[in-house]
Write a protein that binds this ligand. Structure first.
Ligand code: 13P
Ligand code: SF4
Length: 320
């Protein structure tokens, strides 16, 4: 079927990767779920693109036998927690998350023990071990709503993202005990350069992800999850948007709102460090090879999986 091929790490890669992946998808009864920060080709071949909450919902409700997760490890791990009997593939197992890495389980267990009587609400960007120590999982799209559902008298630990936590405190008026974790990508946007861009584009709306630091969020006209930012660009009447999150999302923004001008917010130094280095480890070639070899797959201990499942299910119920 595939007339020509090129070699990649001693494995043959067909030249028409799109056709090869489509064919494997049928053979495996697979679904490809992709996050907006994936490279454009991966977004284009995916069956479903979404933010973390939408991708978890999709993973919880799929009839596919194989879930190919084009995202980072904690996202694919969440899909596995929800689907223990399905094969869950991640194109590159090294695709981790700097934010998840800022919350090691041993240190977090000690932090939790130092705050008796607190419930733990953890942002989905954390390992299965941290989820297993949590009462409720949240994402950037439902964190405010979930915290609002907890009685005022109940003290809360919020982990691992200090920026999302501070934003939730501001929106809800609640006092949260924050774990001091952060994302290297979202803490790298330059407030000064965003202010300069605003002067050059006075009509532009600044839209930002809540993982950004407070001095940056202060300049935002709208703050939301990746999907919320995408919807805002489609629905808002402005013609220009300064986008303060990983620039992978701009591919979908261009597709959904082709007439709008989208300006990626610049990082502090002249590097490409507003791109998530973990998300970008996945490539179309690796996605093809993962499907062909049915590897690398996500595995985790049944004990941790069962304990991590509960707070995820609570999130899905509370954010219906
Ligand atoms: P969203 O859930 O908003 O897509 O965010 C995921 C993420 O990792 C942002 O850095
Ligand atoms: Fe993790 Fe940040 Fe990458 Fe999102 S952008 S996956 S929080 S490192």
């Amino acid at each position: 079927m595939f007339t020509s091929a090129i070699a990649h790490k001693n494995q043959l890669i067909p030249q028409d990767l799109f056709a090869a992946i489509e064919s494997l998808k049928k053979d495996l009864n697979a679904i490809i779920l992709a996050h907006y920060y994936q490279e454009s080709d991966i977004q284009d071949i995916a069956d479903y693109i979404g933010d973390s909450l939408e991708l978890s919902r999709k993973a919880a409700n799929t009839n596919a036998d194989v879930i190919v997760f084009a995202g980072v490890h904690f996202m694919a791990e969440t899909a596995k927690i929800l689907n223990p009997h399905k094969l869950v593939l991640l194109p590159d197992l090294e695709a981790g998350c700097s934010l998840a890495d800022t919350c090691p389980p041993k240190e977090f267990a000690a932090f939790k023990a130092a705050h008796p009587g607190h419930i733990v609400i953890s942002y989905i960007n954390c390992s299965a071990e941290i989820k297993a120590m949590s009462d409720i999982i949240c994402t950037s799209s439902n964190a405010v709503k979930l915290v609002q559902q907890i009685p005022e008298s109940q003290p809360i630990i919020f982990a691992p993202d200090r920026n999302l936590g501070r934003y939730v405190m501001q929106e809800t008026g609640r006092d949260l005990v924050l774990w001091q974790g952060a994302c290297i990508v979202h803490e790298n946007f330059s407030e000064k350069k965003i202010v300069q861009l605003k002067i050059q584009h006075p009509q532009a709306q600044v839209i930002a992800h809540p993982e950004c630091e407070e001095p940056v969020l202060r300049h935002a006209d709208f703050i939301g999850s990746t999907s919320a930012l995408l919807n805002f660009v489609q629905q808002n009447s402005a013609q220009e948007f300064i986008v303060v999150t990983e620039p992978g999302i701009i591919h979908q923004m261009h597709k959904k709102a082709p007439d709008k001008e989208l300006i990626p917010a610049p990082p502090i130094s002249n590097c490409a460090c507003n791109e998530c280095p973990f998300m970008k480890l996945n490539t179309l070639e690796k996605l093809y090879l993962a499907m062909k070899n049915k590897s690398p797959e996500i595995t985790l201990s049944e004990d941790i999986r069962v304990r991590a499942l509960k707070p995820i299910q609570r999130m899905l119920e509370m954010s219906k």
